[in-house]
Design a protein around this ligand. Structure first.
Ligand code: CDP
Length: 223
């Protein structure tokens, strides 16, 4: 049995993970944030102090970087513990796009995503290449985006920091650099699949964006 997949791709800080989690909850499905695995591999690369993909994979296997169910969420565990807080550090965010461009690591992640799909009925996955490369037969593909300023504001608010227009502009530049790197890599670059619906959330409330995707998903899944 292989899960029916809802793929939500898009640029950095477009709200993919929180939206995907809410969509999964409404559909009674599970949610997996594929970026979290790239972040886990990046944490390992930084701790090892090297970008050799074979060494990174060996260390990931040795320390048990694995996906585990945590309620309806499927989250990465490292050393037997949830790795969530460590993988969100600034150092990991700054290095993740470089590490995610390594094809050996992409194959390692994709094998885990496909394994996870064999255990689920309906799986909502978010990332950069879910609809284009990992699950090209997904039942529904969504490309979630928002203006650079809206994404920068959301990311700063998520961190609980105070910000003014200069801080927003600086954060928008950081996000744009990561998007450019993700969109220009040779393997599975960030791009909208031809058959993905575009959801621009710049002027949508969280509720509206979730509703839009849940409606499309019910139609695609016939549930
Ligand atoms: O939360 P945010 O949008 O900032 O990023 P993320 O989803 O945690 O993904 C972090 C990084 O992992 C991205 O910038 C990509 O370089 C990489 N990634 C990828 O290459 N392919 C995926 N399917 C998911 C993430």
């Amino acid at each position: 049995m292989i899960a029916r997949v809802i793929a939500i791709d898009g640029p950095a800080a477009s709200g993919k993970s929180s939206t995907a989690a809410a969509v999964a909850r409404e559909l009674g499905a599970s949610h997996l944030d594929s970026g979290a695995l790239y972040r886990g591999l990046t944490l390992i690369a930084l701790e090892l102090g090297q970008d050799d993909p074979v060494g990174i994979v060996a260390e990931a296997d040795r320390r048990g970087l694995v996906l585990e169910h945590d309620g309806a969420e499927i989250v990465p565990f490292l050393d037997g513990r949830p790795a969530e807080s460590q993988i969100r550090s600034e150092a990991v965010t700054a290095a993740v796009s470089r590490i995610a461009a390594l094809s050996v690591l992409r194959e390692w992640v994709n094998a885990r995503l496909r394994d996870a799909a064999t255990l689920e009925r309906i799986l909502v996955l978010d990332g950069r290449d879910i609809g284009t490369a990992v699950f090209p037969d997904a039942k529904l593909k969504v490309f979630l985006t928002a203006s650079p300023e809206a994404r920068a504001r959301r990311r700063l608010a998520q961190r609980g920091e105070m910000f003014d227009s200069d801080t927003v502009r600086a954060e928008a530049n950081v996000l744009a650099a990561r998007d450019a790197s993700d969109a220009s890599r040779a393997v599975a670059p960030l791009r909208r699949a031809a058959d993905a619906i575009l959801v621009d959330t710049t002027d949508l409330s969280f509720r509206e964006q979730v509703d839009r995707i849940v409606t499309a998903a019910r139609k695609a899944l016939l549930v």
